[in-house]
Design a protein around this ligand. Structure first.
Ligand code: SF4
Length: 234
C-alpha cells in the first residue's frame, strides 16, 4: 500500500512544483515523517551528505527500515530510467546514471554530472576520477559499498567536445566555498574539489586541501583519525 500511495504523493508534488514559479521545498523532518523514519541528527554530508551510523543494526525493525529505503530508491530509479524532462540530455545520453552504494549509508558523495565513462557504463564515478574517489574513500577507512555515490544530474551533459560542461551553482570561487560546513535540509554538507579537478591539477597543496576536507567529514562522523591518516597526502 505504501509504495502506490507514495507514487501518488510524488506525482502530486511534481505537478505543484512544475506549476509554481518558486521551487517547492520539503523539510527533512517532513520527508522523514513521510517515510516513517526518525530523523538522523548525526547525519553528515560532503560534496558529501549522510544518514544513520554504519553497523547500527541487525534488528528486524532496522532491517525493515533499510529495505524501505532500498525500495524507495528503486522506485526513484525506475522513474529516472525513463525520464525525458531534459529532451536534449535524454536524446544524447547512452543511459541514465543512477546512484550506487549502501541505501542506509552514513555518508554520501555527490558529484555534478556523469562523464563519458559513467555514461557508457551506467555507474557514477567509474573513470579515473572514480578511481581517485575510491582511493579517498578507502583512505578514510570506508569502502565504496558502505557509502552512497551519485551525481546531481543523472544524464551526461551534451557539451561541445573539449568543454568541461560545468555550470555555476552557489556563487563564489570553489577555493573559498570548499572546506566549510554548510547545511542542506538539516544535513551537514561539505563542499570540496571534484576528483577530476585533482587529476587536472596535480598540485600537492590542492590534494592536501581535499584530504583535510575529508578529515573534517570523519571528525563530524565521530570517526577516529589515525596519525597515518593525519599525515596522508593524496
Ligand atoms: S538529467 Fe535528470 S531530469 Fe534531466 S532527463 Fe536526465 S534524469 Fe531527467
Amino acid at each position: 500500500m505504501l509504495q502506490p500511495a507514495l507514487s501518488v504523493v510524488l506525482e502530486a508534488l511534481e505537478k505543484i512544483r512544475d506549476s509554481q514559479e518558486k521551487p517547492l521545498r520539503v523539510s527533512r523532518a517532513t520527508l522523514n515523517r513521510l517515510f516513517k523514519q526518525p530523523p538522523h541528527p548525526d547525519a553528515v554530508a560532503a560534496g558529501v551528505l549522510a544518514a544513520p551510523k554504519l553497523g547500527e543494526g541487525g534488528s528486524p525493525a532496522r532491517k525493515t527500515d533499510v529495505a524501505a529505503k532500498a525500495a524507495a530508491l528503486a522506485q526513484v530509479r525506475e522513474r529516472v530510467c525513463v525520464c525525458m524532462k531534459c529532451p536534449h540530455l535524454a536524446r544524447t545520453r547512452t543511459q541514465t546514471v543512477f546512484g550506487v552504494g549502501n541505501p542506509d549509508a552514513e555518508l554520501m558523495f555527490v558529484g555534478e554530472a556523469p562523464g563519458a565513462d559513467e555514461d557508457a557504463r551506467g555507474e557514477p564515478f567509474v573513470g579515473r576520477a572514480g578511481q581517485l574517489l575510491t582511493r579517498i574513500i578507502e583512505t578514510m577507512g570506508l569502502s565504496r559499498d558502505e557509502v552512497y555515490i551519485a551525481n546531481i544530474l543523472k544524464c551526461r551533459p551534451d557539451v561541445p567536445k573539449g568543454a568541461p560542461g560545468n555550470r555555476p551553482g552557489t556563487r563564489g570561487a570553489m577555493r573559498l566555498l570548499r572546506g566549510t560546513w554548510r547545511s542542506y535540509h538539516d544535513t551537514p554538507l561539505m563542499i570540496t574539489y571534484h576528483p577530476s579537478y585533482l587529476l587536472r591539477n596535480q598540485s600537492p597543496g590542492e590534494k592536501r586541501r581535499v584530504w583535510e576536507d575529508m578529515m573534517a567529514v570523519l571528525e563530524k562522523l565521530d570517526r577516529p583519525i589515525s596519525e597515518r591518516q593525519r599525515n596522508y597526502f593524496l
